[in-house]
Design a protein around this ligand. Structure first.
Ligand code: AMP
Length: 481
């Protein structure tokens, strides 16, 4: 049994409090191994699959170790995809909520100028994709001199996506006196080389417990032909009647096409692939996370690292081109103690690819027959009923943490020489308010934003209408975002 709790580590009360709000009561396997070593500031090489809680494994020690007073970034986290960068940033902000940790995501296809402005402000942690991070470094807009911690997340995926040279170029710009943590699901030779070149006696950690793919997922393969593939998929959705399902295709065109076909058949579905704008990608992912629709048609952009609770089914509309993708795609289900099902539709020409996947995962995937007419007929009514129902919107895991937070806007910032301490000083003098009630403070050129925690926002809002900051009466209202 797992009897270690987060209280066993030397973590501050602010961090423990956020963890309990997130309902993280006991560390996962990877967290148990990583947190104590990271808190001792050792380099780490961690082989661990996604879904194991590895984001929190590095986020907890980083939030604990960074110095709140320092304005320049102290930790840099590199991720292969933009979605993952945002997800890691959210995890850091959640865990660091009560310590007022500010994390900032920077990635391609987002306004460079806006990122430049954000990077000028106080940031404890910067999370980003390699290309854009390197861009900022080369233009001098990302200060590196205080970086004490570097995390390379999903290192093998960085390699697959051809980012390794950029990662190396970034490492070469960083202070050498730093802690480096590398996380990867697999450790190919290039990753081992990278670690030998840039890490100091890293502690090796391997999370073996569940093998490549977790026992929580039931895997099935269904033999189809090009001609009956779509009909089989539809029948399968009827007999399985999933609450939440990702259907993977290999290419953007296939995603577009299947999405159109499903829409025509009145499925509540949406799609995601790399050809869509970043705003659309985020918005689709958010809606899917909230459970606003049940079927997401996706390319591999949704396969890696992305954490969505309670995905009950993954369907491979075609066999993934790389065996590793099979593990990542199917790993979207069966997470955080839940069970899941993974179906792969197999055309005769894909038999060899299946063999490769089976060799890789180390077991044979069960064959399942095409759903029979009777099975489909039996489930048709239930399927249609569910399809007509508006799905219940899922509660965000940080909902408890965010409950009682009000963001206040003030119409003054750097230009008026206002600093975070000025807000803390004034606000904590309001009767009934302590510094613990003040969250992240963001000071921009002409405006500032202050998070007020613990449901005390209305008191502060009312009081600040007549109180001055550095002798100036600022306009204040609840921020719109
Ligand atoms: P990751 O491997 O970082 O993508 O995390 C997988 C999932 O586990 C995420 O939904 C996390 O919110 C969740 N998680 C991480 N650590 C814990 C913990 N100690 N207790 C419960 N859930 C956790």
């Amino acid at each position: 049994m797992n009897s270690i709790r987060f209280q066993n580590y030397t973590l501050s009360t602010e961090i423990i409090r956020s963890l309990s709000s997130l309902k993280y009561y006991e560390p996962t396997e990877v967290q148990k191994k990583v947190i104590p070593v990271a808190l001792e500031k050792n380099d780490l090489l961690v082989k661990s699959q996604t879904g194991s809680g590895k984001t929190a494994a590095f986020s907890i020690p980083i939030c604990e170790l960074v110095d709140w007073e320092e304005n320049k970034p102290q930790a840099l986290i590199l991720t292969p995809t933009r979605e993952l960068a945002v997800q890691v940033t959210e995890e850091l902000m959640n865990i660091g909520r009560y310590k007022r940790i500010k994390a900032n995501a920077i990635y391609g296809k987002q306004s460079y100028a806006r990122q430049k402005l954000e990077l000028k402000q106080k940031n404890h942690v910067v999370v980003g994709t390699p290309g854009r991070v390197l861009d900022h470094i080369q233009k001098g807009t990302l200060p590196l001199e205080r970086i004490d911690y570097l995390v390379i997340d999903e290192a093998d995926e960085m390699l697959n996506m051809g980012f390794i040279d950029q990662v190396e170029a970034i490492i070469n710009e960083l202070p050498t006196d730093r802690v480096t943590m590398l996380f990867s699901a697999t450790l190919p030779a290039d990753i081992e080389n990278l670690s030998q070149k840039y890490m100091k006696d890293p502690v090796h950690i391997e999370i073996k417990a569940t093998g490549l793919t977790t026992e929580k997922i039931d895997h099935y393969v269904i033999e189809v032909t090009e001609g009956n593939k779509f009909a089989v998929l539809k029948d399968l959705t009827i007999v399985e009647n999933p609450d939440s399902c990702i259907i993977f295709c290999s290419t953007q065109d296939e995603v577009d096409e299947l999405y159109k076909q499903l829409k025509r058949s009145n499925y509540r579905c949406d799609k995601i692939h790399g050809g869509m704008t970043q705003e659309d990608r985020f918005s689709v992912m958010n809606e899917f996370k909230k459970g606003k629709f049940r079927y997401l048609v996706a390319t591999n952009v949704a396969a890696r690292g992305i954490d969505i609770e309670n995905i009950t089914h993954v369907m491979n509309y075609d066999v993934p081109l790389e065996k590793e993708s099979y593990v990542h795609r199917t790993g979207r289900t069966g997470r955080a103690g839940k069970t899941g099902k993974a179906f792969t539709l197999l055309r005769p020409c894909e038999q060899k690819d299946l063999q490769e996947i089976e060799d890789y995962i180390g077991f044979n995937i069960k064959k399942r027959r095409i759903p029979s007419l009777e099975e489909v007929a039996k489930m048709q009514v239930a399927f249609e009923r569910k399809n007509k129902q508006q799905p219940t919107v899922k509660k965000d895991k940080s909902a408890d943490l965010n409950k009682g937070i009000m963001k206040l806007y003030f119409n003054g910032g750097k230009k008026k020489k206002i600093r975070a301490v000025d807000f803390v000083g004034t606000i904590s003098k309001i009767p009934g308010i302590t510094p613990d009630d003040i969250g992240v403070i963001t000071i921009q050129e002409t405006a500032s934003f202050v998070d007020i925690l613990n449901g005390k926002g209305p008191i502060v809002l009312k009081a600040m209408k007549s109180k001055t900051i550095k002798g100036k009466l600022l306009k204040v209202h609840q921020a719109k975002e």
